[in-house]
Design a protein around this ligand. Structure first.
Ligand code: ZN
Length: 281
């Protein structure tokens, strides 16, 4: 059907002659789909609904009321506390990720409105070093939560991450405690925090702020967990249930409150905020 539409749009009979970049193969249904249709559906497959990875700026545009977004702490960048070198020096790795993505680190944060409710919004970006959480991600999210508290905003964090950033060692692990402590203060201040889990949300991120939402929403079929299945199997020496690290399994077992299609996420967040965001006295 998509092929027919493209053929009539381009007048070409042989889709193989269409230039590269117009098509994308869906890893879920294996169909080759027209990229523009995927983009129109917020990076989801027009045939089967599979959710492709989404860049943080597109995510913000899909959630924030038009014209309401203001980025905070955009210039924060990582130092190299350990002088870490694996296959390449850490500063070089950061520079390459910045060059590739145009981002300074793996999260963007800022203020916006959703359905006219004031929100402090953080969105992680998997393209930047696997969305790994180091000092910058932890610091930006902590400042986001603190500023959200000062300005009486609800806080929403959209996560995607492979976990803590090993190149920063223990400094990256400290971010788990720091973000969790900030969220505890937010709760004391009576402001809601909604955590949105997208594919994948793993390890140190899932073991801290991603699992601490007053409401936890997941995108369909996202990989959610603390560590890989093989490590768990070898540690507990038991067979693991089928699909145990998916959104659907986590929801059945009480770890996720709602599974929401990406195209419905903005409306769903607006609805939840209308219940939870404190009204002005
Ligand atoms: Zn598909």
């Amino acid at each position: 059907m998509v092929l027919d539409r493209l053929r009539s749009a381009t007048g070409r009979k042989d889709p193989k002659k269409i230039p590269d970049g117009l098509w994308v193969k869906c890893p879920a249904c294996s169909k080759t789909v027209f990229k523009r249709l995927v983009e129109e559906r917020l990076e989801s497959c027009p045939e089967c609904g599979h959710h492709f990875p989404m860049a943080s700026d597109k995510r913000v545009a899909s959630l924030a009321d038009p014209g309401s977004w203001e980025e905070w702490n955009a210039k924060l960048t990582s130092s190299d506390p350990l002088g870490f070198i694996d296959s390449k020096p850490y500063p070089k790795r950061i520079a390459e990720n910045t060059h590739k993505t145009g981002l300074k680190d793996a999260v963007i944060t800022g203020g916006c409105r959703i359905n006219d409710i004031p929100v402090a919004l953080g969105v992680m970006d998997f393209r930047f070093n696997g969305g790994s959480m180091g000092s910058v991600v932890g610091e930006k999210l902590t400042r986001l939560i603190e500023r959200g508290m000062a300005e009486r905003r609800s806080v929403i964090i959209v996560s995607t991450s492979g976990g803590a950033r090993m190149q920063e060692g223990a400094v990256s692990l400290m971010q788990m405690a720091k973000t969790s402590a900030a969220l505890a203060k937010l709760a004391e201040a009576g402001l809601p925090y909604i955590s949105v889990l997208t594919n994948p949300t793993m390890a140190g991120v899932m073991a801290s702020y991603a699992s601490l939402g007053d409401v936890i929403i997941a995108e369909p079929k996202a990989l959610i967990g603390f560590t890989g299945a093989r490590v768990i199997r070898e540690t507990i020496k038991q067979e693991l249930p089928e699909g145990f690290q998916t959104s659907e399994f986590c929801m059945q077992h009480g770890q996720v409150d709602l599974i929401v299609q990406r195209q419905d996420l903005r409306d769903e967040l607006g609805r939840i905020l209308s219940y939870l965001h404190p009204r002005a006295a």
